[in-house]
Every structure is written in C-alpha cells, then in structure tokens.
Design a protein around this ligand. Sequence first.
Ligand SMILES: Nc1ncnc2c1ncn2[C@@H]1O[C@H](COP(=O)(O)OP(=O)(O)OP(=O)(O)O)[C@@H](O)[C@H]1O
Ligand SMILES: [Mg+2]
Length: 339
Amino acid sequence: MNDRQATGSPVTDPPPADLLTVSDLHVDYAGRPAVRGVSLSLRRGEILGLVGESGSGKSTLCSAITGVLPAGARVRAAGLRFDGRELTELPPEDMRRIRASRIGVVPQRPMTSLSPSTPVLRQMRWYHDGHDLADLLAQVGLRAVLDRPRDHPHRFSGGQLQRLLIVLAALARQPDLLIADEPTTTLDATVQAQVLRLLLDLRDRLGPAILYVTHDLAVVAQICDRVGVMYAGRLVESGPVSQIFTAPRHPYTRALLAALPARTERGRRLGAMPGHTVAEVTLSRERGARAGSAGCAFAPRCPVVLARCHEEEPTPITMGTDVVRCHRAGETPEAEEDA
Ligand SMILES: Nc1ncnc2c1ncn2[C@@H]1O[C@H](COP(=O)(O)OP(=O)(O)OP(=O)(O)O)[C@@H](O)[C@H]1O
Ligand SMILES: [Mg+2]
C-alpha cells in the first residue's frame, strides 16, 4: 500500500513515518456495507484526493477516521493509526481530544456549520480566543469581518463563510490532519480557486496532511499529490496523481478520466457513466452474495469484464507506485481490447 516501498528511498535518510494509516477499514450502516476493506496512508504535508461517484463511501470513510459516525454505524478495521497511536483502542475521551486539537474538518456546507442567529464575528471568537483573530482573518483576506460585528451568516457569501471555516479548522488550531469533504462544491469557480489557493498555501506554511474529498478531477490535478478512487465502498485504485492521470490501471478510473469534463463544466457531479448506478450494483451484489457469488462491484459496468470478474472479488495489487483492485490490472489496455 505504501508507495515508498515501491519507489525506494535514500539509504541514509529514513522515510518519514505516515501520519495516518488506515488498514482494512469496513463500515456498515444497519448491516449495509458503505466502506469495504479500505487501506490508505497519508504523510505530513501530503494532499490525498479522494474521488468517486455519489454513494461510493467517501464521507463515511472521513467520518470513520474522525470517529463521528452516526449511531447504528458499525466500524471494523485492522488498524487506524494516527501519529503512532491506534485510534480504535483509544477511550472516547482521548479520541475527542485528538479530534478537537489535531484533526480539523472543513465541512461541505458552511451555512449549516455556523449558527444562523449569532453574528459571525462572535462565533469566530467562541472558537478561538487565544489567537490574534485579526491576523488570522487577514490571512484569508477577510480582515473586514472585524468591522461587521453585527452581521449574521446570511450577510456573507458562501465563499466568505467557507474561508472563515478554514480559519477555524486550519489556521486557528493548526491541526496535523485536515479533512476537507467537498469544501468547494457549493462555490463558483473563482471562489473555488481562492479556497484551493488558500489550502495549498496553508499546507506549504504549516505542513498538515490534507485528505481532500471531491467529485472534480480537475481539482485533484490542481492540488493533490496522490489520489484514491472509490467505487461502491472499495478503494479501487490509488497512487500519485502523475501516475493515475497518465496511466490509470483500473477501468473505472479510465472511464472517469475519459469523461473528465471540459473546464466550463467543472463542478459537474460524477456518475454520468453508462451502466448501473452504485445503488443498483450494491443491490445486485447483495443478491449475488446471498446466492454465494461476490465478484467485482464494477463488473456490471466494466467495458473489459471477464467471466472471473463476476465470480471473484479482486484483491489489491501493488504495481509500482499504484495499488489497484482489478483482475486485469497487469494487462496493457491493448491486451484488454484484444480479449
Ligand atoms: N447515516 C447513514 N445511514 C445509513 N446509510 C448511510 C448513512 N450515510 C451514508 N449512508 C449510505 O452509505 C453509502 C455511502 O455514503 P457516503 O455518504 O459515504 O457516500 P459519498 O461517497 O460521500 O457520497 P456523496 O458524493 O454523495 O457525498 C451510501 O449508500 C449511503 O446511502
Ligand atoms: Mg459525501
């Protein structure tokens, strides 16, 4: 899973330890699997993009890492290590402390994360009083908020609120890990670019690891070092952005890249591919599992499917810097076309 092993590193300079290591994580909601056997790692200062169509389990994975899954969710993992500590073994109080001080979350909808009936400036002061608020606000170009002590959230734009939440999540607390679950989905392209620049700048100055969930592969290409592609709860491919964008190995990744929208269509949600939706595939897999077969979840939509794919679930294979779950990962696309 670790691409360091594949690329090799200088003999005299041991590689930095991973900040976060997720090993074989499963999450079920009332018995329905949402995340299945996901393993990934994240180093300090690294930005990992997580992509996949709606319902593929991206938010569930984030919530499992931060320990905020709803009641009724069941989590199983071989390991969930954060900075050398096993999170699954921590008492809830310790987990809460780590979450509050070392893991920051930038939510998808800024409006729902702030109280609508309290002035924004007062809310900013609730969350951090020990820092120089004026300086932090200046860093995101919002020093003017100080002159608007009576303005409630609805008086601010989505982009302004999102930048204020980044102040709260990232600048004020300076977490080691920042989880941003589609933080720019509701923003227009110009404001999105501002927010992305802010996150990159923050990573360069403060060095947190960032897990960045998005539907937009163009955003991944812009800011991420590595990318993980999720499909029906599985991480089907992960590797450096340079590798995945130039030589994707999983047919689903290839389909996503082939459908990469033109610049004008950015922000379009993934999932416009022909074939069955994740929900349909999950349902047919559940039927298959009951009937004793459990093949690859992507098989019903896969353009290069083999009979084996309907029967046998592929296990992750490491190929260079890439990890892929596909029976045909070792073949060249030409060989697949010939088959
Ligand atoms: N609180 C919940 N209770 C029951 N099922 C849930 C809950 N949250 C998510 N699910 C289900 O788990 C699966 C994964 O959902 P999740 O929200 O993690 O997907 P996602 O990749 O984040 O999708 P999106 O791109 O739409 O945000 C889906 O089938 C979803 O219906
Ligand atoms: Mg989500």
